[in-house]
Design a protein around this ligand. Structure first.
Ligand SMILES: NC(=O)c1ccc[n+]([C@@H]2O[C@H](COP(=O)([O-])OP(=O)(O)OC[C@H]3O[C@@H](n4cnc5c(N)ncnc54)[C@H](O)[C@@H]3O)[C@@H](O)[C@H]2O)c1
Ligand SMILES: N[C@@H](CCO)C(=O)O
Ligand code: NA
Length: 437
């Protein structure tokens, strides 16, 4: 293959992203060919149902029912996998492509988080490209940013907003006061949510992306199982209102950093809703927007921000990967060859110092507040401020919210353990850390 021949691709999966890639390749055909140094041509496609109207003309492409057969076709150079799912046909087709000496471009963070190291090894051994820019923060070039832009730095931390659906839900609830279920349905209608939206709202999708970013940022082996995950399902409109009164917004934050050095270095990866001060750069990230903060020892703090989901932005990232391949600009998928990535042990979160927001729903009767504050005292948790929401009805539930001074995370857990089973509490307490500025 010389560089004047087109880069021939096959697309598996013709949903939001797959159809978007076909539309983008058509609309920007000439500028893509100029930048890639050659044309990028779709040769063949595959999806579940051939007859679905996707608003794009497929008549010029061969159709394959079997995605693995598509992946191994003699007349393609690269498989573009846009099906989704960590295992199943997406993984089989991806392995088939790499084993047949084809490049692979994918938007599938679940697959890369679980099987990325194995796929990268296959790609490295076959000396073919494997690229996944669209898998992390959709259209934002953050994989490229960390692989190439900050490659001269030792990173100290990477954190940000990595799930558009959760960010849309939280900022929309903040804006409109609408309830969770209606807002989730709208996110699904707009094409932001995963096929199974529990992956979004339970923080799993953000954890997939964080595990990939942490591997690239810290030269570590991808370790999805070590991510501590909590989602946004327990966040109520009342928490958003309390946070607002205290000067914060609530965002689902994914964070990774390394503690210790050399052989003692450990990686802490967490996804959880946090209170973010209104003057923090992440507080103004609304709707399906994603943002990633990376701190390098020479670059200082960098902020990457943009659309993390949706047809156009995600297709933009997929095609940028294809342009890199057409230009022969490839390297190790995780920046460092798999054999040289460090297997960093997971760090325990308990010793970290944090300020926290705590919310309790309690019976409205004498002594309840004293019981809660006694548990705080006994666990050595210092309270900075406390709000009790006015009683709506005599004898009903009331909401008690407080913000703690900075202290060990484990102490807050201990306070909650002391309150476990108390008949003063009418629901599970919620603990949300406050993101440092
Ligand atoms: N939608 C987004 O905003 C977005 C953003 C970033 C990454 N992604 C990722 O991109 C990938 C595709 O997402 P999408 O939103 O386009 O999904 P989608 O559900 O809209 O499309 C999936 C496509 O795969 C096909 N497919 C699914 N299962 C199949 C099977 N068993 N056999 C054959 N075909 C099958 C479907 O027919 C459909 O054409 C996923 O990995 C997703 O996580 C999506
Ligand atoms: N479901 C994902 C799509 C982009 O990966 C999100 O909401 O961010
Ligand atoms: Na990206």
């Amino acid at each position: 293959m010389t560089d004047t021949q087109p880069l021939r691709i096959a697309i598996a999966g013709l949903g939001t992203v797959g159809a978007g890639v076909i539309r983008l390749l058509g609309t920007n055909r000439d500028l893509i060919a100029a930048r890639a140094g050659r044309a990028i041509e779709v040769v063949a496609v595959s999806a579940r149902d051939r007859s679905t109207d996707r608003g794009v003309d497929l008549s010029g492409y061969a159709w394959e029912d079997d995605m693995s057969a598509l992946a191994a076709r003699d007349d393609i150079d690269v498989l573009v996998e846009l099906v989704g799912g960590s295992d199943g046909p997406a993984l089989a087709a991806s392995r088939a492509a790499l084993s047949a000496g084809k490049g692979l471009v994918t938007a599938n963070k679940a697959m890369i988080a679980h099987h990325g190291l194995q796929l990268a090894e296959l790609a490295e051994n076959a000396r073919v490209p494997l690229k996944f820019e669209a898998a992390v923060a959709g259209g934002i070039p953050v994989v490229k940013g960390l692989r190439e832009g900050t490659s001269a730095n030792a990173l100290t931390k990477v954190y940000g907003i990595l799930n558009g659906t959760c960010n849309y839900i939280l900022s929309e609830m903040e804006e409109t006061g609408a309830d969770f279920a209606d807002t989730l349905a709208e996110a699904q209608r707009l094409g932001y949510a995963e096929a199974d939206p529990t992956f979004d709202i339970e923080g799993i999708d953000a954890a997939h992306k964080l595990a990939i970013l942490a591997a690239i940022g810290f030269g570590a082996k991808v370790d999805f199982d070590a991510v501590h995950i909590s989602g946004i399902v327990q966040v109520r409109a009342a928490d958003i209102a309390q946070a607002d009164a205290l000067g914060f917004v609530i965002r689902l934050i994914a964070q990774a950093d390394v503690e210790g050095e050399g052989a003692n270095a450990k990686l802490l990866q967490r996804v959880r809703p946090c209170l973010v001060a209104k003057d923090h750069p992440l507080a103004s990230v609304d709707g399906p927007t994603n943002a990633v903060v990376a701190e390098g020892n020479f670059s200082g703090r960098l902020l990457f921000q943009g659309a993390g989901a949706g047809e156009g932005p995600t297709a933009s990232a997929v095609v940028a990967d294809l342009i890199d391949i057409a230009r022969s600009e490839v390297g190790a998928p995780f920046s460092i060859p798999v054999a040289q990535l460090t297997p960093l042990a997971p760090a325990e979160p308990g010793n970290r110092m944090e300020r926290n927001y705590l919310r309790f729903t309690v019976n409205d009767r004498p002594g309840v507040l004293a019981e809660i504050t006694a548990a705080m005292r006994d666990a050595d948790v210092s309270i900075e401020s406390l709000i009790q929401q006015g009683r709506a009805n005599q004898g009903g539930d009331v909401l008690v919210a407080m913000v703690t001074h900075e202290g060990p995370e484990a102490n807050v857990r201990r306070a909650l353990d002391l309150l476990e089973g108390s008949d003063s509490l009418t629901g599970e307490p919620l603990v949300l850390p406050i993101l440092p500025n």
